[in-house]
Design a protein around this ligand. Structure first.
Ligand SMILES: Nc1ncnc2c1ncn2[C@@H]1O[C@H](COP(=O)(O)OP(=O)(O)O)[C@@H](O)[C@H]1O
Ligand SMILES: [Mg+2]
Length: 240
């Protein structure tokens, strides 16, 4: 059996001033070919788990292991952040350049690519996410769904070994949601996706983890009775 690319072991984290811990013994293992869906109620600790995985929050107890090494200092987490693409729950936390093309080219430039290479990758990724022609648009003036796809293009431009996506379908119209499903299917890398969109998780993931009160447990599958696939010619039906 191959080793996990990323493991979080017994993670504990309490926000400053919070009455209760956000995470109290959470675990996650992401294998190189994992397609792991993360489910859980609002406030259960899903986003906090991703933030500790990326080293943005430092757990008070527990460890993060990436590619076989336990990560301790900021320098080690920088390697992880260069190799794992993280899509923030709020795109405004992710995008910071004035124009779309600058935002997407930033990652490749930071990885040492030439301006020409970075520009060519950025243009290719913009096309992939369906936003051809958006190069010089002002990032902060885009719609929520457009921002989400620009953020996705900016992480894909870094050719990541894995993606952590935090509620990626929020704000997406149905066609863009379908585009995202096919982009993810075309990638040959590990995926870990937090979502309340169970139909989306059903189409993109093969194993599932439930977060409950800051703790994790593997779960067989998502409750299929709640997935609205809307397939076939059944125009009139209700969901009960
Ligand atoms: N910056 C923060 N300061 C204090 N408490 C926070 C902060 N961010 C999140 N929390 C709290 O930590 C818990 C877990 O939050 P979060 O990981 O965002 O949950 P989820 O993503 O599952 O909805 C919640 O109770 C939330 O209110
Ligand atoms: Mg969240």
């Amino acid at each position: 059996m191959t080793n996990p690319l990323l493991s979080l072991t017994d993670i504990h984290y309490t926000y400053a001033g919070a009455a209760a811990p956000a995470l109290s013994g959470a675990n996650l293992e992401l294998y190189p070919s994992s397609r792991l869906g993360v489910l859980g109620d609002n406030g259960s600790g899903k986003t906090t788990l991703f933030l500790t995985a990326m080293g943005i929050l430092k757990p008070h107890k527990g460890c993060v292991t990436y590619a076989g090494s336990q990560l301790k200092d900021e320098k080690e987490f920088r390697t992880l952040r260069a190799e794992i693409g993280y899509l923030f729950q709020r795109s405004d936390d992710q995008l910071f350049s004035p124009t779309v093309i600058d935002d997407i080219a930033f990652g490749p430039l930071n990885l040492g690519k030439t301006p020409n290479e970075a520009l060519s990758t950025a243009t290719e990724m913009l096309d992939l996410v369906g936003l051809k022609g958006f190069e010089h648009r002002i990032t902060h003036k885009l719609s929520g769904g457009e921002k989400k796809m620009v953020a996705l293009a900016s992480i894909l431009a870094m050719r990541p070994k894995a993606l952590l996506l935090d509620e990626p379908t929020n704000d997406l119209d149905p066609a863009t949601r379908e585009r995202l499903i096919s982009i993810l299917a075309s990638l040959d890398i590990a995926l870990c996706i937090i979502s309340h969109d169970w139909g989306f998780l059903d189409k993109t993931c093969t194993s599932f983890l439930k977060v409950e009160n800051g703790m994790t447990k593997p779960t067989e599958c998502i409750p299929h009775t709640h997935i609205h696939t809307h397939q076939g010619g059944d125009a009139t039906h209700n969901h009960e």
